[in-house]
Design a protein around this ligand. Structure first.
Ligand SMILES: Cc1cc2nc3c(=O)[nH]c(=O)nc-3n(C[C@H](O)[C@H](O)[C@H](O)COP(=O)(O)OP(=O)(O)OC[C@H]3O[C@@H](n4cnc5c(N)ncnc54)[C@H](O)[C@@H]3O)c2cc1C
Length: 429
């Protein structure tokens, strides 16, 4: 096998590392100057940022294992926080250090900011879902599921909606209840460590894709950056990839570009037009990250903190997380009124919320708003996601949007890459 991976995001690099670890020669072709795709480092004013603040969960076993496989050290690369959800001065859930799922149930029962009756309803909901093995006979919206199980409006707003929006990046009335249950099953119903939150201390290009590129180099593979693939051409004995640098021949290709690019590349291959149609039917949701650099003494009470009824959904104190003192990242997931504001005005709103709710009176030294308009696919009810296999045995499709249990996440992307690689290894065997 002489294999190409198109796209050096988390899915593409996961596929490449898996193949290389089995002795297969892999070439990764990446259109950008750097690796990482939608999870990449961004340098601004000499400060290392990401294109958006990301978090991992303890249940992201495939991602964490791969990071370690290419030389990462999980305990050094991340700040690991036990399950804790805090909406400043409004709601707090802290899981006690007990075995799962007791830690969650007692955490829910002891949550501050809700009546005991509401806490009990939340715990009952988790038990009911556990009883159903987190499977629904028919997908409905997350909101409908929660309402059907007696979760009142306040309980939804303070507990379930923040979880749904940050996990699925989709408004709760549109979001797939089944995918939300998949996330709850793996994060809250597994071991206690599965519900940990891991906040990165390195940027997302350095964390995995750059290390993966070095791993490939040590295993006979190569990574070509600034090498965008412009067309896939089906040949009798494999696949030809056309780029500005010329044409290259491979026995097999894993297409791990963003969904829009994968659709464009597949559109010109007759056997793949049906998949291009399927991908083009996918809708997207944005994620905005507002970085604010304050003087170094500015800190927040927690490394990660939510705000209720504000533009800001989650705040991250990069000083506490990664020794980037005074740097705060404010995250706003999914569509909403914030999209109507100019970036300058949105940054001012976040500064105002920090002043009003957390007493941060110092003005920021600078701000940077990064709006990823197509951050993730909209994880809607009954979404029909494309499979990895295509009608051509020589072409496979990877990416967070392909068919798997997860919403658009690093873990979903990594699993898709590993599955494509495994399929090719089985095919070649
Ligand atoms: C702001 C933001 C915040 C997020 N937060 C989280 C989070 O907290 N936790 C979480 O788990 N997930 C989060 N996600 C989602 C996560 O980043 C994605 O699910 C994941 O990065 C997708 O990886 P991928 O490899 O499938 O796709 P991509 O990252 O899109 O990778 C595709 C790659 O293909 C390259 N490419 C495109 N066209 C071509 C071409 N013609 N030729 C060659 N290469 C090409 C691109 O440059 C890119 O590198 C977030 C996403 C964003 C945008």
């Amino acid at each position: 096998m002489n294999l190409a991976v198109v796209g050096g995001g988390y899915a593409g690099m996961a596929a490449a590392v898996t193949l290389a670890s089995h002795g297969i020669r892999v070439t990764v072709l990446e259109s950008a100057k750097q690796l990482g795709g939608r999870a990449r480092g961004v340098l601004h004013n000499g400060v290392q940022l990401d294109n958006g603040q990301h978090i991992l969960l303890g249940c992201y076993h495939h991602t964490l294992k791969l990071i370690a496989q290419v030389g990462g050290n999980i305990e050094q690369d991340f700040l690991r926080l036990p399950l804790q959800l805090t909406l400043h001065n409004r709601f707090e859930l802290q899981a006690p250090r007990l075995p799962a799922p007791l830690h969650l149930l007692l955490g829910l029962l002891g949550a501050k900011g809700l009546t005991f009756a509401a806490c009990l309803r939340a715990a009952r909901f988790m038990l009911a879902m556990r009883w159903k093995k987190f499977r629904l006979a028919q997908d409905i919206s997350a909101y409908e599921l929660l309402q059907a199980h007696g979760q009142d409006e306040e309980l939804i707003r303070l507990l379930w909606e923040p979880i749904c929006i940050s996990a699925l990046n989709t408004p709760i009335h549109q979001a797939s209840a089944q995918v939300l249950l998949n996330v709850l099953r793996d994060s809250l119903n597994g071991s206690r460590a599965d519900s940990d939150m891991l906040l990165p201390r390195k940027d997302f290009t350095a964390l995995f894709p750059d290390r993966a590129a070095q791993y490939l180099a040590r295993h006979g593979g190569e990574v070509l950056t600034s090498c965008g693939v412009e067309a896939i051409v089906q040949k009798d004995d494999g696949v030809e990839l056309l780029s500005a640098q010329g044409s290259m021949r491979f026995s097999h290709v894993i297409c791990a570009a963003s969904p829009a690019v994968s659709a464009r590349l597949f559109r010109t291959v007759p056997a793949l037009v049906g998949i291009a149609d399927q991908i083009e039917a996918i809708a997207y949701q944005p994620i905005y990250t507002v970085y604010l650099q304050f003087p170094p003494h500015v800190t927040l009470p927690h490394p990660m903190l939510g705000l209720d009824r504000c533009y800001t959904q989650w705040l991250f104190d990069k000083g506490r997380i990664a020794a980037q003192h005074g740097l705060i990242a404010a995250v706003i997931s999914a569509e909403g009124r914030h999209q109507e504001l100019a970036h300058e005005l949105l940054a001012q709103k976040v500064v105002q919320e920090l002043r009003e709710h957390l007493g941060v009176n110092a003005p920021p030294l600078w701000h940077k708003v990064i709006a990823e308009k197509r951050a993730t696919f909209a994880c809607a009810v009954d979404l029909h996601r494309p499979a990895h296999a295509t009608p051509l045995p020589t072409v496979l499709l990877a990416g967070d949007f392909t068919d798997n249990d997860y919403p658009a996440t690093l873990e979903g992307a990594v699993i898709s890459g590993i599955q494509c690689a495994t399929q090719l290894l089985t095919q070649g065997a």
